[in-house]
Design a protein. Structure first.
Length: 320
């Protein structure tokens, strides 16, 4: 049997981020305020995860829609620098690429997003022939892709029939309706919510209880807890890792770096606790620099050796 061309196929939004840093809150009435820094950088949950996976050595391709405009060309150039396969991008002349403006406060942020062509991504952009080229399929920012939502469950089911594992990171629902996710989790091998998303999806205030409930719907839940680390739930097995004590400069994209690390371990058949250890280390280490200052070289993360030295100790337990 031929080896798949890619380890990972990442599907999602293709947009840059304009990151404004300095802890300043905007005010209307034409009030002008000064900020500490501004940077236009590679953005979107999908592409940030893809970059992290590529730097860990996974052969990674990206599927998404962008316009043939300055932001779309910026993203194509930056993805190429990071070793991502972009052969399956859909570039639409005359359309506008999306953009997120991030007001960054080091450990928290507000996000204003212009969707642009994001809703035009559709199931027809993921034919069976493309699914056969990968070992794993990841979809990011589910709620932004209204054109993809109707056919996504069948795409995941088809992928699994082909022996392709699946993962999902919905990110926040701008409408706060949280519809469609529970049905999709039935064909999802790994689900990556953060604490606020898990709470919104389950109504549970305890992350442990939310993880158990979500794991009953999916294969595995890797729940991001920010500075407190993360926990993972698979059937009756639980793993918990504390956060790493690092000097935080910028948390934007840390959750996506976490996902890249977890998928790397999953594809190598690691134990749940090992996958979670690597994920927490990748997420934490990504916060030590501003995103536009992070290395672009594919296949050379801060190195797995450095990540191994920084991995937290995980606790594991089983439900009786």
């Amino acid at each position: 049997m031929n080896q798949p061309e890619f380890d990972l196929l990442v599907v999602g939004e293709i947009n840059p981020d304009l990151i404004l840093s300095g802890g300043v809150e905007p005010a209307f009435n034409q009030v002008e305020k000064l900020i500490a820094d501004a940077a236009l950088t590679i953005g979107s949950s999908a592409v940030i995860l893809a970059c992290g996976a590529s730097r860990l050595g996974l052969k990674t391709a990206v599927v998404g829609v962008c316009g043939d405009d300055v932001f779309g060309r910026f993203m194509q150039t930056e993805m190429a620098k990071r070793g991502l396969n972009t052969d399956h991008l859909i570039v639409l002349p005359g359309e506008k690429t999306g953009l997120s403006v991030i007001l960054n406060r080091v450990t928290d942020r507000a996000i204003l997003t212009f969707a642009g062509v994001m809703p035009l991504l559709a199931s027809e952009h993921l034919p069976e022939a493309l699914l056969k080229k990968t070992r794993h399929l990841h979809v990011a920012s589910y709620f932004l892709h209204t054109g993809l939502q109707p056919g996504l469950r069948e795409i995941y089911a088809q992928a699994r029939r082909l022996g392709v594992s699946t993962s999902l990171d919905t990110n926040w629902d701008p409408q706060e309706l949280w519809q469609g996710v529970h049905d999709l989790l039935a064909v999802t091998d790994i689900f990556f919510p953060n604490e606020a998303e898990a709470r919104s999806l389950t109504g549970e205030t305890s992350p442990e209880t939310a993880a158990v409930r979500l794991a009953q719907l999916s294969g595995c839940v890797a729940l991001k807890l920010g500075a407190a680390g993360a926990l993972a739930q698979r059937s009756a097995q639980t793993a918990r890792c504390p956060g790493l004590p690092v000097q935080v400069v910028d948390t934007v994209g840390a959750g996506d770096s976490f996902g890249a690390g977890f998928i790397y371990g999953y594809l190598r058949g690691w134990e749940l606790s090992q996958c979670l250890q690597l994920a927490v280390a990748c997420g934490a280490l990504s916060t030590r620099r501003r995103r536009h200052q992070r290395p672009t070289n594919a296949g050379r993360s801060p190195g797995l050796s450095q990540i191994e030295r920084n991995k937290p100790v995980c606790r594991t337990s089983s439900m009786n």
